[in-house]
Design a binder for this molecule. Structure first.
Ligand code: FAD
Length: 236
């Protein structure tokens, strides 16, 4: 008879859970050691209830993974990886991708606001001709450029095998911060039009509210940088 592992527990907030045919699950054994397991749809005791009522990332299905005495064959255990190195290795790569992705949202908001400011006439001239609106636009492009340079430098370090997870935390957090601020400023430049679906700004803003939380929350990435520079753990 094939040896099995009995899996119990649940994890909320899993992207694509309602559709996934397989789930990669990082679970602790009785000794507290972390292992990677492939859990397949159809295994008895494995269910994936959908999360309803989201106002963010509505184009992406989210759900829960629930394991109720699931018998996972031992051959489904990922070889050559034990401990947190496996999940953390995946997270560092995903967080680096996010650091770039949200800059795309920021660029779209900046571009939308810039074009709008050149066309919208108030008090006899384009709103882009007023200093207050120029300040917002100039700061947006400055922050986008700084974030791109940070990410580019980490890409170079990654290619050289030198990047640290702590550096990636700084980049993920910084990109989310500047993108969120840029979205808010772009929304204001668009005035009332900014809250409509005619422009992409509110959609980006709503989606960024998820990105600022997933793949490590904004707070936690700050604490990672804090620990990196002080040597003190402020998580607990
Ligand atoms: C749309 C969406 C999709 C997701 N997709 C996935 C996925 O595919 N796979 C996956 O594994 N996860 C996924 N997540 C989960 C996501 O990573 C978690 O929501 C996130 O890690 C935060 O966990 P939590 O929601 O339990 O918040 P909590 O841990 O309850 O945190 C709540 C607040 O408390 C703060 N906090 C918590 N602990 C501390 C501390 N020690 N010190 C200071 N402040 C603290 C947090 O920063 C946050 O502000 C997804 C989430 C969302 C919203």
């Amino acid at each position: 008879m094939q040896e099995t592992i009995i899996l119990n527990g649940a994890k909320m907030w899993i992207s694509n859970a309602p559709f996934a045919q397989v789930a990669v699950v990082w679970a602790k054994d009785e000794a507290g050691e972390v292992h990677g397991l492939i859990v397949e749809r159809g295994m008895e005791g494995f269910s994936t209830p959908t999360t309803h009522g989201k106002w963010s990332l509505r184009a992406s299905a989210t759900g829960e993974l629930v394991f109720d005495n699931v018998k996972v064959p031992k051959k489904n255990m990922l070889p050559n990886v034990k401990g947190m190195k496996g999940p953390l290795g995946c997270l560092t790569k995903a967080r680096y991708g996010i650091a770039w992705g949200v800059i795309g949202a920021a660029m779209d908001c900046y571009d939308t606001a810039l074009r709008y400011s050149q066309e919208r006439i108030q008090f006899g001239k384009p709103i882009g001709a007023f200093q207050l609106q120029q300040k917002k636009l100039a700061e947006m492009i400055t922050e986008i450029t700084k974030a791109q340079l940070l990410n580019w430098r980490l890409g170079v370090l990654m290619n050289e095998g030198k990047v640290t997870p702590q550096q990636v935390s700084m980049a993920k957090r910084n990109s989310c911060e500047i993108a969120t601020n840029i979205c808010r400023d772009a929304r204001q430049i668009l005035g009332g039009m900014g809250i409509t679906g005619e422009y992409p700004v509110m959609r980006h803003m709503m989606n960024l509210e998820s990105v600022i939380t997933y793949e490590g929350t904004h707070d936690i990435h700050l604490l990672i940088t804090g620990m990196d520079i002080t040597g003190f753990n402020a998580f607990k």
